[in-house]
Write a protein that binds this ligand. Structure first.
Ligand SMILES: [Zn+2]
Length: 89
């Protein structure tokens, strides 16, 4: 099964993910998330015994240019967080 890659500006926060190996179902934010440079992945938080939990989705973070294109859609908290990261706080 191909792991879906979510665009940050899509409806990923409300998208239901289903684990192919157990009965778990939930949103990306309810899953077992791991943060990497430029992306975050979500694995099933359910019980899988000795088997690795399947990865359910990948969330791709926007580049600085893409953030700026969607600036008006961001919450104030997101804007503050980004500006801090860019050293303009
Ligand atoms: Zn599972």
């Amino acid at each position: 099964m191909a792991v879906p890659i979510f665009d940050y500006f899509s409806d990923w926060r409300t998208r239901r993910l289903t684990c192919p190996a157990c009965v778990w179902e939930g949103t990306f934010e309810a899953g077992d998330r791991e943060l990497f440079d430029g992306l975050q992945d979500c694995s099933c938080p359910g019980a899988h015994g000795l088997l690795a939990a399947p990865m359910l989705a990948i969330l791709q973070f926007p580049t600085e240019g893409e953030w700026r294109e969607h600036w008006d859609e961001l919450s104030e908290a997101e804007q503050r967080h980004l500006q801090r990261g860019w050293g303009q706080a």
